[in-house]
Structure formats: structure tokens, C-alpha cells
Design a protein around this ligand. Structure first.
Ligand SMILES: Nc1ncnc2c1ncn2[C@@H]1O[C@H](COP(=O)(O)OP(=O)(O)OP(=O)(O)O)[C@@H](O)[C@H]1O
Ligand SMILES: [Mg+2]
Length: 222
């Protein structure tokens, strides 16, 4: 199988006064089509920094990232388009829009790519059904449990069938049982959509999720 994304000698340094923090320090990383990778590591080990680089949100200090044959950095417009067309994002906090219902929150993600409202609402309904939320379509975020909100956030990230989905501590606010449930849904749907997945987490419930588990410490894989 082909590499979808590949990072070579990737580093991200932050200046803190006279000190330089090597948040990501000369890392090599790759993910294949359809592959799921879990990145563990203590707080401050560099997981979020790495995800932000790989997903094109942050710019690296040195190294190189390729997405298929596209080299990051040399074309910001193309990178923005790549993020929109090929990637999905889920964070610890769901970031759902509180004025919109569950189905509207998910549909918006498709409408942003130019799909019409009717089809977007149909697709949003269908994916929320897959996430076990058929009884919650018209609920607003304030009317949903933590686990339900994270499932909506995942549906929103997956509605456009991204090739690659990034999740940063997606179960950070959930208890173990809810976490397990959310992870099971993610597993099923990522498989159906053939999405590659990169998860940064502390959550031991993810230990059986990935094809590969990596552990970060002080900006490197250990
Ligand atoms: N914008 C920034 N400016 C300065 N230092 C930063 C910045 N972002 C991250 N760092 C530092 O880089 C290191 C890695 O941080 P990062 O957020 O990637 O860790 P993490 O593994 O995601 O931690 P957590 O599990 O708590 O989310 C830390 O020492 C952090 O303080
Ligand atoms: Mg983090």
C-alpha cells in the first residue's frame, strides 16, 4: 500500500526566552492508505505539535512533509485546499456551533465544500445514523451528552469522507465506558470510509484501535 503522508526529519522548535524547546525533534513518520496510528505520550511530549504540523496547521522549523506527491509549505493555497478536501479534524473539545442542531452542524461541513443543502442534510442524517444518533438529529449541542457531542464532532469530520482524519485527545473529556463506545463507532466508520486515522491520546481505550502504536517523549518517538 502507498504512503498517504510522509514526514522526514521533521522538527518544530519554540523559543522560550533564551531557551529553545524542541517540541518535535527530527521525527520520521509515515501513514499508509487505510492505516490507523495511535500516538501516546505524557503531557508536553509533543503530540499536538506533531499533529498540527502533519495536518498543515502549523509550519515546521525544518524537515519535509509530503502528502502523496504534494510537498507542504511551498503552496499555502494548495495546502488549504488539501486540508479541506482530504482531511478531517476532531479535538478534545467538540467545537460544535451551539445555535445549530446536530444534523445542521454536520451538514455545514459538507455545504462548505459546495454541496447543496438538501444533499448535505441527507448525508448528515445518514452519517449520524451510523454513529447511533438517529434519535438526536434535531438536538442542539446543549441537549447532548459529552459522548453524543463527540460522536457528532466525528460525524462532522467524516461526512466528506476524508482520506485522513486527525484526532487530538478526542475522548479526553469522557469516562471510560463512553470513550469505548465512541471509539467503536469511529473504528467502524473509518473502516467503512477507508479513512486513514491518526490519534494523539492518553486514553488506554485506544490501545486496540490502531494498526500501529507510537509513543512520544520529549519530541521524539521512543
Ligand atoms: N506555541 C507554543 N509556544 C511555545 N511552546 C510551545 C507551544 N506549543 C507547544 N509548546 C511546547 O512544546 C511542548 C509540546 O507541547 P504539545 O502541546 O505538543 O504536547 P502534548 O503532547 O500535546 O501535551 P498534552 O498531552 O498535554 O496535550 C511543550 O513543552 C509545550 O510547552
Ligand atoms: Mg496535546
Amino acid at each position: 500500500m502507498n504512503n498517504l503522508l510522509e514526514a522526514v526529519n521533521l522538527s518544530r522548535y519554540f523559543k522560550e526566552g533564551n531557551e529553545e524547546i524542541k517540541a518535535v525533534n527530527n521525527i520520521n513518520f509515515s501513514i499508509k492508505e487505510n492505516e490507523k496510528i495511535v500516538i501516546y505520550g505524557r503531557s508536553g511530549s509533543g503530540k499536538s505539535t506533531l499533529l498540527n504540523l502533519l495536518s498543515g496547521l502549523d509550519t515546521y522549523s525544518s524537515g519535509q512533509i509530503n502528502y502523496r506527491n504534494f510537498l507542504y509549505n511551498n503552496n499555502q493555497n494548495k495546502l488549504t485546499k488539501l486540508r479541506k478536501d482530504s482531511m478531517g479534524f476532531v479535538y478534545q473539545f467538540h467545537h460544535l456551533l451551539k445555535e445549530f442542531s446536530a444534523v445542521e452542524n454536520v451538514a455545514l461541513s459538507s455545504m462548505i465544500l459546495g454541496e447543496n443543502k438538501k444533499k448535505s442534510m441527507q448525508d448528515a442524517t445518514s452519517i449520524l445514523n451510523k454513529f447511533g444518533l438517529s434519535e438526536r438529529l434535531k438536538h442542539f449541542p446543549s441537549q447532548l451528552s459529552g459522548g453524543e457531542k463527540q460522536r457528532v464532532a466525528m460525524a462532522r469530520a467524516l461526512i466528506n469522507k476524508p482520506e485522513l482524519i486527525f484526532l487530538d485527545e478526542p475522548t479526553g473529556n469522557l469516562d471510560a465506558d463512553t470513550s469505548k463506545e465512541v471509539i467503536n463507532y469511529l473504528q467502524l466508520i473509518a473502516k467503512e470510509f477507508k479513512s486513514s486515522v491518526i490519534v494523539a491520546t492518553h486514553d488506554p481505550e485506544f490501545r486496540n484501535f490502531g494498526d500501529k502504536i507510537l509513543t512520544m517523549d520529549s519530541g521524539v518517538f521512543v
